[in-house]
Every structure is written in structure tokens, then in C-alpha cells.
Ligand binder design. Structure first.
Ligand code: F6R
Length: 241
């Protein structure tokens, strides 16, 4: 695990964008994407780099880490729509190359299996981007998730629903998602975890102990041979390394 602690969320954005840029310039064609406030500066920086010195995105696919169940397909908070807006559009990747589990399917179990098949057919993510939940989740693998879990339907914990409430103005946030499992995430060729802000401090402190803790799903990333964590000073304040 490579760990970088930088001064601010903007610097986290720049450093994380550099990691993504390097992978894309090396010819990656599958980028695993996460959403959430931590990724706003990351995608902004990446869009800026692309505008200054474009990289080839003609073969690039985005694969979503997770998607809400129960929002209409056109809802702006659907993660697929956010990814189109925040990063696919700026990088010139058409919406049909933004791939997500079929959360509108009548059979969600089979939709989860199909997503696993799709990821396998694409050869897996060259780089999977990950945010960190206050409770230590990655994707929406909530505390207690098995390191062998695959893409599946998850009912979110009350604390996660509450944390998502800030993104929803007039309606209750969805209580279910389809998320890649921890084993699915670990099959990516490279993983990049980003975390910022004091709200993540406790999760970051436990993550940085470096030992697998089922109660803090992000610790599973220590099992990955090519993992990087980019943190800001606020989130890593209790880290003395
Ligand atoms: C979203 C996702 C979540 C978020 C995490 C952090 O696609 O997978 O794990 O990355 O909840 O969210 P923010 O960045 O909003 O604190």
C-alpha cells in the first residue's frame, strides 16, 4: 500500500488525478469510477488535465462501482448520470460507454450476475477509484461485508442513508444500492482510495492500522498488491507515519 498525505482536498484531487492520468496515458481502457463529494475535485482536476493535454479516450469505458436502486433513470442523483456529467462528458466518453449494473431490472440478482460477467468480459478495471465511508465502507460494502463478496443488492445502514441525505433535496435518499463486492473490487488491477475531511478521521485511523478488520471494509484493500491511498491532512490527523 502506498500512502500519500497531502495538505488539502484540492491537493488530493491533483494527486489522484495524476494517478488516473498515468494509467490512462499508459493505455488503460477500463476505469472503475466512484461518486460522492470526495471525487468532485478529482474529476475537476482530471477534466482540466485532459483539456490542457488530451489523452486518448476513444476506447475508454467507465464501470460504476455502485448505483442506487429505486431512482428513475433520468434522476440527476443516479450515479451513472453524475458520472456522465462530472467526468465522461468532459473526457469525451459517450454515455453508452458508462456501464452500470441494471438497477431497473425486474430480477436484481440476475442483474448483479450480469454485471460481474460484463466486468470479466472487459478484463476487469485497470484502475478502480474508491471513496471511504465514515463507517469504513468501500463501494457500499457496509461493515461486516465479506472479503469474498461479489456484486449484490445491499440495504444501506441508517448512518449511510443519513450521510447521503445531503445530496437529496426533496426526496428521501434511496435505501438500497447494487454495489460491486469486495472480492470484485480486489480483482481490479489497481485500486486508489481517496479520503478527505475530519469526518473520515476515525475510519482513516482504523484503515491505517493495516490489519484486516471485517468491521472496517476498507482494510481489505491491504490485501491488494497495487493499492494507493491519497488522504488529506484533516482525515489523517491521527496518523503518525
Ligand atoms: C459512492 C461510493 C461511496 C462513497 C463514500 C464516500 O459511489 O461508492 O463509497 O465513495 O460514501 O462518499 P463522500 O465522498 O461523499 O464522502
Amino acid at each position: 500500500m502506498r500512502i500519500a498525505v497531502v495538505a488539502s482536498p484540492t491537493e488530493v484531487g491533483s494527486l489522484a488525478a495524476q494517478v488516473v492520468e498515468r494509467v490512462l496515458r499508459a493505455g488503460a481502457s477500463v476505469l472503475g469510477v466512484a461518486t460522492g463529494s470526495t471525487f468532485v475535485p478529482v474529476y475537476e482536476q482530471l477534466a482540466r488535465v485532459h483539456e490542457r493535454d488530451p489523452f486518448d479516450t476513444s476506447r475508454l469505458h467507465f464501470v460504476l462501482l455502485d448505483e442506487y436502486v429505486g431512482l428513475p433513470a433520468t434522476h440527476p442523483n443516479r450515479y451513472g448520470n453524475e458520472i456522465v456529467r462530472l467526468i465522461a462528458d468532459p473526457l469525451g466518453v459517450p454515455p453508452d460507454r458508462v456501464l452500470a449494473p441494471d438497477v431497473d431490472a425486474s430480477n436484481l440478482e440476475s442483474a448483479c450476475r450480469s454485471y460481474e460477467t460484463l466486468l470479466r468480459e472487459l478484463g476487469g478495471a485497470d484502475l478502480q477509484l474508491l471513496g471511504l465511508g465514515r463507517n469504513g465502507h468501500i463501494g457500499f460494502n457496509e461493515p461486516g461485508s465479506s472479503p469474498t463478496s461479489r456484486t449484490r443488492l445491499v440495504h444501506l445502514t441508517p448512518s449511510t442513508i443519513d450521510a447521503n441525505r445531503r445530496f437529496f433535496e426533496c426526496i428521501e435518499p434511496p435505501s438500497a444500492v447494487i454495489t460491486q463486492g469486495i472480492a470484485t473490487i480486489l480483482e481490479s488491477k489497481q485500486v486508489l482510495l481517496v479520503a478527505t475531511g475530519h469526518g473520515k478521521r476515525e475510519a482513516v485511523r482504523r484503515f491505517l492500522t493495516g490489519s484486516l478488520d471485517l468491521d472496517l471494509p476498507a482494510t481489505a484493500l491491504w490485501l491488494h498488491p497495487n493499492a494507493t491511498a491519497v488522504l488529506d491532512r484533516e482525515s489523517a490527523r491521527d496518523h503518525d507515519g
